[in-house]
Design a protein. Structure first.
Length: 651
């Protein structure tokens, strides 16, 4: 047996993969570079792929790009599963009427995109001389892809803005549902296009065959659902489950290709099972009709970033520069047509649903963004042999339009959510006014008063707030101001003038503590917030995500005892049990100290800088570290010296 040909074949496969893995490292860095300019990561990935592709630097040849198509299939399986995972039926019931009406009229984008593309085919040489029915089939494929949205981008923007309200719910609902509809429409349009270019007559048999293929896709989706549930049910490591789900998704694409070739060979007609539709159906069923929704979502969230990095980089490498240079004007026109039809559909649907005029006039801006599904479908057009030679040219035009929509879409969606008053970004904090002020919230004065007395020893001025309770005793102590509030609400806290407060401590019920965190995040922006939670499992992460430090009484005592055993001296100092040493945090506010190394600071030798917190990250201090304005320093030293140290770092 001659082993040399086998080694050569293996070498031809392994080299492109090795080169591509190296390219991905560069693409990841380029994507993060573009994020500094507030552009989506995938824009950077696409541009990186374009640079290393065969038409510019040639790091990857055209043959290498084609040999890596299995990467696209893996990514498309994940994208389709994720699209199905986003359709959580129970979450959209409250806006069902608006979502339904807007979704129906958003199909104007399909009609407008198809009509616009049909006109534009006259200006594309490879399409201009085709028969009318062929140009209509091509235009319908383009119209379907112009309908596609980007659920992942929309959800990321909503999470970033912490947006909530009718406009947000409608945009998310329509965006998720439209991607489901798009995949079904693409399966039908692709089958019609295959029939047109293979001269298959449009008769009753064709309709039956089309319904049979859609039914077969549905059955395969149900089978895939059960396989995924079985994988999730088995007690094995999460990484093994993730790999298994990716592998089974890829197997759907392999099965679809095999079925098309086998049916053509045995029955003289290709049977197409749309793998994207199969994976999407499975994702919907796992999410809505199984008990493994959370675990399934976590797996998709974990595998998504590396898969999308590979997919978008490879998509950029497959773009053909010559076609792009000749047809970019057509891509821009398609973007404009899409925006006009989205506005008409959104406005009409909202009007019929009874939404407010304010929402109807601006809501369309939330539907511009495109990404994964649209790019995946464009790639499917490019690889179909029946669609040569116009398939790759149409895919390049559509990819250019999608890139434009991905650049302009997120800023427009952010604007409309802010304009609708549903954005809940973190409020800006205040500048230090020279006095350290703290507000302590509680239902009684016992623990809050004890804490207030300890903070007064560190030169804090305290406002003690009793919420929905009576004062147990008259408190008349220097440095403590006592206030009563009927409840925790925006109106009640608004009367407190919290704009100058440096620390907020909430010792209320868990629900009230959560309210305090949310109101502070949206209205006041106090950086130092401490909450005492009885149920940290339910509320801990939510409070932490809002910037609060969470104290759990059930675990704090055990943790304290542990530190007394493992590091008794440090724990004694932190708790103030050592009268000779104390620990405090001070902030660098003096511009003269900006850029000064720690070893050059003029502070007493008895004071030690334990750590430096910068941009939310704690750094171990050393003599050659240079300070920056806004750094928070954890310093340890004699109690009588620390006040002078705080003044040294202040303005």
């Amino acid at each position: 047996m001659d082993i040399l040909p086998i080694l050569l074949d293996f070498w031809q496969v392994i080299v492109p993969i090795a080169v591509f893995l190296v390219v991905l490292l560069a693409s990841n860095r380029i994507g993060k570079f573009f994020s500094f300019f507030r552009l989506p990561l995938i824009t950077g990935f696409l541009i990186a792929g374009l640079l290393i592709g065969p038409d510019i630097l040639g790091v990857l040849s055209r043959q290498a790009v084609e040999s890596l198509y299995f990467v696209n299939q893996i990514a498309l399986a994940v994208i389709a599963l994720a699209a199905g995972n986003e359709l959580r039926l129970k979450e959209y019931r409250d806006r069902f009427r608006s979502i339904t009406c807007v979704t129906i009229f958003q199909l104007l984008t399909f009609l407008g995109g198809t009509a616009g593309m049909y006109v534009l085919t006259s200006y594309i040489p490879v399409m201009a001389d085709l028969p009318l029915v062929s140009r209509v089939a091509i235009s319908a494929l383009a119209g379907v892809i112009l309908v596609a949205r980007s659920p992942s981008s929309a959800i990321a923007i909503v999470s970033e803005l912490r947006a909530k309200g009718p406009v947000t719910h409608t945009i998310l609902g329509v965006t998720v549902i439209m991607d489901v509809i798009v995949i079904i429409m693409f399966a039908v349009s692709a089958e019609v296009a295959h029939a047109v270019f293979e001269d298959i007559p449009f008769n009753f048999s064709f309709v039956v065959l089309l319904l049979l293929e859609l039914g077969l896709s549905l059955v395969c989706g149900v089978i895939l659902w059960q396989i995924i549930v079985l994988i999730l049910r088995i007690g094995m490591r999460s990484i093994v489950k993730s790999f298994s789900i990716i592998l089974i998704g890829f197997a759907v694409f392999v099965m679809a290709d095999w079925l098309a070739e086998w049916s053509e060979h045995h029955w003289s007609h290709k049977i197409f099972v749309e793998p994207l539709l199969v994976c999407m159906i499975a994702g919907i069923l796992v999410t809505n009709f199984s008990t493994y929704r959370n675990e399934f979502s976590e797996i998709l969230h974990r595998v998504g970033p590396p898969v999308y990095l590979a997919f978008f980089t490879l998509t950029g490498a497959s773009l053909e520069i010559q076609i792009l240079a000749k047809t970019w004007q057509i891509a821009v026109l398609l973007v404009l047509i899409r925006m006009v039809t989205i506005f008409l559909g959104s406005f009409t649907g909202g009007k019929i649903a009874g939404d407010t005029p304010r929402q109807n006039w601006v809501g369309w801006m939330g539907y511009i963004t495109q990404a994964g599904v649209g790019i995946g479908l464009a790639g499917e057009i490019a690889r179909q042999s029946d669609f040569d030679p116009w398939g790759s040219e149409l895919a390049t035009i559509l990819l250019a339009a999608i890139i434009i929509n991905q650049v302009i879409g997120p800023p427009m969606m952010k604007w409309v959510l802010t304009f609708a008053g549903e954005s809940r970004l973190r409020a800006a904090g205040h500048d230090f006014d020279g006095t350290r002020d703290a507000v302590i919230l509680g239902h009684k004065t016992g623990q809050p008063l004890m804490l207030a007395e300890r903070l007064i020893l560190h030169a804090w001025e305290i406002t003690l707030v009793v919420v929905d309770g009576d004062l147990e005793e008259e408190i008349d102590r220097p440095g403590i101001n006592v206030v009563t509030l009927p409840d925790i609400s925006e109106e009640s806290l608004g009367s407190m003038e919290l704009d100058h407060v440096d620390a907020l401590i909430s010792l209320l019920t868990d629900e009230e503590n959560m309210q305090v965190c949310e109101l502070n995040y949206e209205k006041y922006g106090i950086e130092r917030v401490v909450v005492w939670l009885d149920d940290s499992i339910t509320y801990g992460k939510r409070c932490h995500d809002l910037g609060a430090l969470v104290l759990d009484p059930k675990t704090s005592m055990v943790s304290l005892l542990e530190h007394f055993v493992t590091s008794p001296t440090a724990t004694s100092i932190l708790l103030g049990l050592d009268p000779e040493q104390e620990v405090e945090e001070v902030t660098v506010r003096d511009r003269i100290l900006d850029g000064v190394p720690i070893r050059d600071l003029k502070i007493p030798h008895s004071v030690t800088i334990l750590s430096v917190t910068r941009d939310g990250h704690a750094l171990v201090s050393h003599g050659y570290m240079t300070l920056q304005l806004g750094d928070q320093l954890t310093v340890m030293g004699p109690p009588e010296v620390l006040p002078y140290v705080a003044v040294y770092f202040d303005r």
